[in-house]
Structure formats: C-alpha cells, structure tokens
Design a protein around this ligand. Sequence first.
Ligand SMILES: Cc1cc2nc3c(=O)[nH]c(=O)nc-3n(C[C@H](O)[C@H](O)[C@H](O)COP(=O)(O)OP(=O)(O)OC[C@H]3O[C@@H](n4cnc5c(N)ncnc54)[C@H](O)[C@@H]3O)c2cc1C
Length: 477
Amino acid sequence: MARRVGVVGAGIGGLATALRLAHEGCEVEVFEKLAHPGGRNARLRVGQADFDAGPTLVMMLDPFRRVFEDVGERIEDHLDLRLLDPGYRAFFPDGSTIDATSNVARLTDAVRRLAGPADALRVPEFLGRTAALYRDAVPNFVERNYRSVLDLASPKAVGLVLKHGMTANLYRRVCSFFEDDRLRRLFSFQTLYLGMSPNDAPWVYAVLAFMEYGGGVWYPMGGVAGLTEALARLAEARGVRFHFETPVRAIGAGTIEACGRTHRFDAVVCNADLPYARRHLRQRPLRRSLRHSCSAIMLYADYQGSLDGLLHHNFVFGRDYLANLDWVFHGGPAVPDPAFYCCASSLTDPSRAAPGHHNLMLLIPCPNLDRPLSEDDCRALTDGALDRLETISAFRRGGIREQTALHPGDWRDRLNLDKGAAFGLAHDFFQSACFRPANADRDGVVYVGASTVPGNGLPMVLISAELATERVRRLIG
Ligand SMILES: Cc1cc2nc3c(=O)[nH]c(=O)nc-3n(C[C@H](O)[C@H](O)[C@H](O)COP(=O)(O)OP(=O)(O)OC[C@H]3O[C@@H](n4cnc5c(N)ncnc54)[C@H](O)[C@@H]3O)c2cc1C
C-alpha cells in the first residue's frame, strides 16, 4: 500500500518535497494557508504589471535542474532560462557604476576601469579562491543531512574548514583582496541575499559571490514564480492533492490538524517556517535563542515611462555602508540613504507589463520586528530610495500608475515568518550547517525550508527538499 505523507505549506520547499515523494510512489496531501502555491516565491499583480513578490535572482542552477531530472523531466521543457549578462548594475554614492558579469575578462576590465590595475589583478585570484571554496563547501557542508554536531568534527571536515579559513570574517577577507571601497562592497554584499551582514558572515558564505560570478544570474522568462508554478503543476499531475486556504493549527507525529479535524499520515513534512512552526504548530519552541535575519520593505510599482540607466537587476549603495549594516542588523542609528535593490524584469521580459510600462520593484533591507519601524519610517525609507532612483536613472515618480508596499509586519502576518524576518533564521557560523536547527524532530516530524538546513534562498531550499525527502524515505522505508 502507498505510504501517505502530509505536507504543511506550499512554498518551494513544500512543493519540491511533495513532488519528489509523489514520484517515489507516496500519496501526498499539501495543506496551504494561502489561496495559491509559492509562499515567498509567488506572483503579485499590481495595476497592469506582473511581479515576483520575493525572489528575482536565480543562481546556482544545479539544484533547479535536479528537481526536474530526478522526477524524469527536463527543466528546459518547463522554464525558458536566460543568462543575464550583465547580471546587474551596482551604483555607488560617488555617482560611479559597474556592471557585474560572469564573463571574467569583462569583469576584470570593468574593475580596472573603476578602480585601477592593482585591484583588477586581484579579480581572477578572488574568483579562484571562491571557486575552490564552493567546490569543497557545497558537497561537504551544504548537501548533507547531519546526525549531530559531531559530524563537523571529522578530520576531513576540520581539514576543509582550516584549509579555506571558512570561519574568518567575510568582509575583512574581501578587504584583504581589494583596496577600493566600492569593490569591497561589490564582492561582499551578496550575504544580504541571506538577510545577513557581510560584516557578521563567515568567509564560507563567499560561495555566494562565486555563485554569481562563476555561475551567472539567470532569469526564467515569464517570471521566477514560474518555477513554483511548474513544480505545483507537476506535483498535481503525479497525484498530489492540494488544500488551499487551509491553515494548519497543529502538527503531531503523523498528524495534521486543519479544518477542525485530525488528518493521519505515515509521515509529516513541515514547510511553514521552522521557528514559527516549532512555537505555534508543535508547542515546542526552540530551546536556544536563535538570531533572525533582517526584514525587507518592498515597493511594487506599475510604472509608465523610461527606466534608462537601470538594468533588470540593480544594487544601489548609500554613502555609509558599514553604518547602514549596523542599523539593519545591530540597532545603530538610521542612515539617511540606506542601500537598496531595484528590479524591473520587464526590461528583459516586456510581457510582464503593459506596453510602455515596467514592473518596478524595490527591496530595502531593514531591521526585523525586534526593532519595529513605524509606517512613517517605512514610507520615508521608500521615498528616500525613490529620490535616489530619480538621480541615477530616467525614473520619475510621476510615472507610477499604481503601487503596493509590504512592510516587516506583512511578512509575519501573511507568511508566518517569525519577527517578520523575510529570510528566516540568520546564517552566522553557529546557525549554519550542523548548528542550524535540524530538519527532523525526535518524533519524526520532518522540516523543509529556509530556516532549517542548509538555509535560505531558492537553491538552498531545493537542496533542503532533497534532504527532507531522504529523511522521509528513511522514516517510512
Ligand atoms: C523579498 C525577498 C527576496 C528574495 N530574493 C531571493 C532571490 O532573489 N533569490 C533567491 O534564491 N531567494 C530569494 N529569497 C529567498 C527565497 O524566497 C526563500 O528562501 C524561499 O522562497 C523560501 O521558501 P520556503 O519553502 O522555505 O518558505 P515559504 O516560501 O515561506 O513557504 C512556506 C509556506 O508555508 C505556508 N504556511 C505557513 N504557515 C502555515 C500554516 N500554519 N498552515 C498552512 N500553511 C502555512 C506559507 O503560507 C507558505 O506558503 C527572497 C526572499 C524574500 C522574502
């Protein structure tokens, strides 16, 4: 008889696990509180523009390919992936810019033009170091289920940690490569993808820079949400039953409580964010106090007019980057011009907005709800970012036809993200690898998603689904 598995949450983690288990012959039911699949990776319509509400950058394609291949499909039949070259434009406060590319020759040349020959010479060396780090860290520390912290004590693991100096401070290490302050930002800010300050991050997270420069930034035509939509379609075709608008109230070993009744399964997988799930669905709050990632203020604008000067992806740095990080992560005073990210995928894919319009999205990293911002603070920060956009591009506020904003409280209320931490639990050293909350409770409930192993971001959560599937397989045979 087929084994029955219940999955709580239809984010990318829940969908990929449900699909994998259905492919292995399990009967799978998914319970999702929202009316649609995708969680953070869902579509949002504002006026005549179509947005990816959360993830917009696709990097590290291997886990994306595997989730299709492992169920007998080809990613090319479901997603039209395009390499963006340049991947993004970075804007600095002195008015200079650089276009980041995975073409090493062009990147080196751009660095030479920005900062001079000495720093340009260091680019290949930096990429070589991060490539070697990536090669050793991903299979040995990321793509594995841990039994205990002792797994890190093996001679091989210790040897690799020492060989790469994985625990060294990432920002200081990047500073040792590059003299120019702008390059120090450019080659370290990627930890913000995980909601973590480069100043707090261990060097092992320099793998993110390699993912970008070594593997490139990709875009699936039609939107990044097309990925979760494809997984949901495939899961449904393999018999997975979805219950949308069905919030789960509690999870036990083999039980899910929803719609006023108890559903029984051979195994339960929880994709609701782990700190929330442990506290509210399991009544077993995590014993140690864990640090959360930062949050994000979002603006989605249906914009009519020119965006000359901007690329599909743009990172805009303020004057005092380190003080900005201190404000976001440690409660330092607010800076007048915080860094932000700005995306207009309609520049690559005009189908995402009406003719002459763009889907302009802003993401401003901000403190999580440990240090709540008022609505006025959020509006002031957004206004500041829009002012800056007007100085660096053809963008003009008057072109906004309709807009929607998300603030830290929305992440908590819509998606049950503890403390409104948009990127889940933080990734400092003692919350990484085997120190991160494990993906299984002692009673067998399995977790998948950004706040368990290996961590946040679409490729990591796809790997999390591989690890969760392995746990379920071991549990139910
Ligand atoms: C603003 C933003 C930008 C990002 N940008 C990128 C990017 O460019 N590239 C990248 O790779 N990653 C990015 N990320 C990270 C990426 O979005 C996440 O790592 C990933 O989507 C998390 O997936 P998940 O399955 O763990 O969780 P989620 O997507 O949060 O899914 C969990 C699901 O569980 C459901 N749920 C919660 N509680 C219950 C309950 N009680 N009952 C039923 N259902 C419940 C939720 O509704 C949700 O659908 C970004 C994230 C954010 C917030």
